[in-house]
Design a protein around this ligand. Structure first.
Ligand code: ZN
Ligand code: ZN
Length: 424
């Protein structure tokens, strides 16, 4: 009998030649056919970093993937070639290329494309002598609910980006000339006479090219020859249930870009929003006003005198995700003011670094902190006069019966332990 893994190898070999030349561009980028230009860009940004050969040294399959990703991006990011690909597939693109028009599948250097996104000549900081740009930090404020349920969210930041129009050259037609004054060095040496016959050499920035070493005849109209523009960039972040405020999410190479360096990292620091009335009232629950301390949650519940004293009450607390936590006492169960009740397992989900939660998680299998409910008792300061009379009469009756006399009670420190009962 032929071993199973052998069969597997044969079948893979049979399939390989087909898939090699016809792998779907949308599949390569992990997007569907209706993907927007932005979706395609984002997929490229993420995947090209992941499979960059610098990050996967010696891994041939990653290298191939990196090239495929670049090819897929080039085709799908250009409206004309995407249209051809959608209608006629790979063969259509082949014919299009043979027809002489440039652009589209393959042929372009995948590292060039990478550098158009991240700068630095298409490689990461280590090796190759490319500098890495400064890291950036931004604060992202979220309501407590998002820390409880977890959430995928999009946010935008404004940052310096390589100009797409001139692809970071700064030139409208793509031609950049070496400055003829400084010879491309960006600096010039000037001689100053400090005394007759004595000269001092002073190094200054070349005024012709502004120290860049290059000159551009027709500057790019979008970036005005600056090679970079400041604009908003949208990123998506995954907040895992139970992440703590102050958590730092690192987005590699998403800081300011420049053709001169590899973009540094963007660090997103999570902060917790103060709950506020009038904001997202539609999704407000009691939980919106929970206070969080680590893995535990805190809540203040108000009871009337009757409830605290006589019991027989129920409260339905709506938690952050809308589920209900019931608090209740039977008749005769007393709650002292400022008493704290521990409701086990109703705190925050416990998040562990590296442990990814399943998004449609089962509540029972997760670990949670506790919910601490502190009771505040409100005494009535106004009563109907009839009610006041009734209570007064009641106290009088029971005071007489138990023999409690307020006048005598004042005579401290005479203590007669035993039969004396609390006054109600
Ligand atoms: Zn430009
Ligand atoms: Zn110059």
């Amino acid at each position: 009998m032929i071993p199973f893994h052998f069969l597997l190898v044969i079948s893979v070999l049979l399939i390989l030649p087909l898939t090699l030349c016809a792998e779907d561009y949308y599949k390569i980028l992990g997007v569907d056919k209706s993907a927007s230009e932005r979706d395609i860009k984002r997929a490229y940004r993420t995947l090209s970093k992941k499979f960059h050969p610098d990050k996967n040294p010696g891994d041939e399959s990653a290298k191939k993937k990196f090239v495929d990703i670049a090819e897929a991006y080039e085709v799908l990011s250009t409206t004309s070639t995407r249209k051809i690909y959608d209608q006629y597939g790979h063969e259509g693109l082949e014919q299009h290329k043979q027809g002489g028009s440039r652009g589209g599948g393959g042929g372009n250097d995948p590292f060039d494309l990478f550098s158009r996104f991240f700068g630095g000549g298409g490689h990461f900081g280590h090796g190759g002598g490319h500098r890495k740009g400064p890291d950036m930090e931004v604060k992202l404020s979220l309501p407590l609910r998002d820390f409880y349920t977890g959430r995928d969210l999009e946010f935008s930041i404004e940052k310096q980006q390589i100009c797409e129009s001139c692809e970071g050259s700064g030139s409208a037609d793509g031609t950049v000339e070496t400055c003829n004054k400084c010879g491309g060095r960006g600096i010039v040496i000037q001689k100053h006479m400090i005394a007759p016959g004595m000269y001092k050499q002073v190094q200054t920035h070349c005024d012709k090219c502004g120290g860049k070493g290059k000159s551009i005849k027709s500057p790019c109209p979008v970036c005005h020859g600056q090679r970079v523009v400041r604009k908003a960039s949208t990123l998506s972040a995954t907040i895992e249930p139970g992440m703590s405020k102050g958590s730092r999410l690192t987005f590699e190479n998403e800081a300011d870009e420049s053709p001169d360096w590899v973009a540094g990292d963007l660090v997103v620091i999570l902060a917790e929003d103060e709950p506020a009335l009038g904001v997202n009232d539609g999704e407000r629950t009691d939980g919106t006003f929970f206070r969080r301390k680590g893995k535990d949650l805190f809540w203040k519940e108000v009871l009337s005198l009757r409830e605290a004293w006589m019991g027989e009450w129920t409260r339905n607390l709506t938690h952050l995700d809308g589920h209900v936590v019931q608090l209740s006492r039977k008749r005769g169960e007393v709650v002292q003011p400022l008493a704290v009740e521990t409701v086990r397992g109703q705190g925050m989900p416990i998040y562990r670094e590296g442990h990814l939660h399943d998004h449609d998680h089962d509540h029972d299998t997760e670990e949670y902190g506790n919910l601490y409910v502190e009771y505040t008792v409100i005494l009535p300061d106004q009563m109907e006069s009839g009610m006041e009379k009734d209570f007064h009469a009641l106290w009088q009756k029971w005071r007489k019966k138990n023999g409690v006399d307020l006048g005598l009670d004042l005579g401290r420190p005479v203590v007669s332990v035993g039969e004396v009962k609390d006054e109600l």
